[in-house]
Design a protein around this ligand. Structure first.
Ligand code: GLN
Length: 312
């Protein structure tokens, strides 16, 4: 965990405190995901929110240090790690248009010849993980090493129970992977790919960890140690795909309400980027019908409304 420095501005702490107070007064906050039994047990009243500033200062409110299941949020980091390695060739295997369909949908894949619409629906993330696996031999391990380094939290790890639960209920992801393999868009053996993907989704991390791990996108591609992961242009690309595709078939509504690049996961977490300024992470397990955290979207909506910060 990065220790807050005396020079830190913690400029947004009063805003976070106000949002936490408002959230605590708002009843009816959606339902935790139940298609992965290990997630169904979460308390929907949990709420945490953190801000990480460009210098690595991190602070938050509520349950901001409590680890939760990151799920699809990890799709941002595997995309960045693969893009850094292979560059534009990736885009021959996965598109970058919103799908307008649920995150685990199969329907577009057949008439688009096994090329998924974008890297943030499950089909697209499976392609990215497959390509990262080919390049590194351990895609999930690469992801974990990156998250540990950026967050400064060496104890981050996979949640074996969540991974096992997802594997047992993984027919739809297996179907997506096999279908894309039939079009020649998957390199690795399907069981190997699914094992990597389920471990990737199972990473447990807190809002503090995720806000810090997302800060490289606010720094236009520069990691916590000052080295460059992505070119400035690639960082723009990842942020743009987050804005247009990061919250599935609700991305238009998210852009309308929040106005920031963001990525959600069915564990109830959301990350968001204010380019050049800070990264945010919020967590509350109750989801809406599209799989996005109800209180999480509302909190980010309040953040950009109260601060006037957005990309617009
Ligand atoms: N592990 C989940 C799945 O593959 C991730 C989905 C999500 O967070 N939207 O179905």
């Amino acid at each position: 965990m990065v220790i807050m420095t005396m020079t830190s501005s913690r400029a947004f702490l009063p805003v976070l405190e106000r949002i936490a107070e408002e959230t605590g007064r708002t009843p009816g906050r959606g339902r935790p995901a139940d298609y992965i039994p290990a997630l169904a047990a979460c308390d929907p009243r949990s709420f945490g929110m953190a801000v990480a500033e460009l210098d690595g200062t991190v602070y938050g409110v509520g349950d901001w240090r409590q680890p939760f299941s990151t799920q699809s949020i990890t799709k941002v980091f595997t995309l960045a790690l693969d893009l850094a390695r292979e560059g534009d060739e990736l885009w021959e295997h996965v598109g970058r248009e919103p799908s307008g369909n649920p995150f685990n949908s199969l329907v577009q894949l057949e008439y688009e010849q096994g090329i998924p619409r974008n890297p943030f629906i499950n089909a697209g993330a499976l392609v990215v993980t497959d390509r990262l696996q080919t390049r590194t031999g351990d895609a999930a391990g690469e992801l974990l090493a990156f998250l540990r380094a950026e967050s400064g939290n060496a104890s981050l790890g996979f949640d074996q129970g969540v991974a096992a639960s997802e594997s047992q209920h993984g027919d739809r992801n297996a179907a997506l992977a096999h279908f894309m393999a039939s079009y020649g868009n998957i390199d690795n053996e399907i069981p190997v790919l699914l094992d990597q993907y389920f471990r990737q989704c199972s990473v447990a991390a807190s809002c503090a960890d995720l806000a810090l791990a997302t800060t490289f996108l606010a720094r236009h591609g520069i990691r916590a140690d000052g080295t460059r992961l992505l070119t400035r242009s690639q960082a723009k690309q990842v942020n743009a795909v987050m804005l247009t595709c990061g919250t599935y078939d609700a991305a238009g509504e998210f852009a309308y309400r929040v106005g920031l690049p963001g990525k959600s996961g069915v564990g109830g977490g959301i990350i968001a980027v204010v380019p050049g300024r800070c990264a945010l992470s919020v967590w509350s397990p109750g989801l809406d019908e599209r799989g996005n955290s109800v209180a999480g979207v509302a909190a980010l909506d309040r953040f950009t409304t109260l601060t006037g910060l957005s990309v617009f």
